[in-house]
Ligand binder design. Sequence first.
Ligand code: G3H
Length: 226
Amino acid sequence: MNQTFTDLAARIDHTLLRPDATEAQVAQLCQEAARARFASVCVPPCYVRFAAEQLSGSGVPVCTVVGFPLGYQITKVKFFETHQALADGATEIDMVINVAAFKSGRLTEVQDEIGQLAELCHVKKAILKVIIETALLTDEEIITACNLCESAGADFVKTSTGFASRGASVEDIALMRRHLPAHMRIKAAGGIRTRTAALALVMAGADRLGSSNSLALLEENDTLGS
Ligand SMILES: O=C[C@H](O)COP(=O)(O)O
């Protein structure tokens, strides 16, 4: 348990995805991530190159989003977004599943899309996290989506964009953990605002957390290194 607590920063994607995020705010985010040793910074695609420059030599990866936040872009567009993000210096891609196609029963199409992006990421030694947007899914659909992610070769299943009616819940994470094999990692995101909430999600099975309030999650026991 203590290990979980002391390693919390290393599980957090330090995130800034607001539509009005400025370059100065991204620069600050990068400084904070390097200092706190967060798992990554998660920034909008237009800031990937800038963030990669800011973090050069720091060992902190740059994560970005694809098909964000609604997921219904066509596969070619998501493929190009991913290709460009990798070229710009991202090594972690958080793509949004095509929930519209998923809800229409077009599961093969959804799985193929994830598979194409996973292959592209893996060729570049990057990782793919797949956002299934649990707020829009039933428990049965969450399990189906997890199975698609696994079959398609994704590295992580991620709960939420942070732009839906709710973010990650402990129940979502526990359900996903029960149905995913051990090698598949889970990212909880959306609305994680306190250390208590963060730790509950970790205890339920989250390997990674995404939060735009990351510094507050470190407050109780962790201190930023000098
Ligand atoms: O992908 C991560 C989420 O956008 C973060 O959501 P949040 O802003 O509610 O922390």
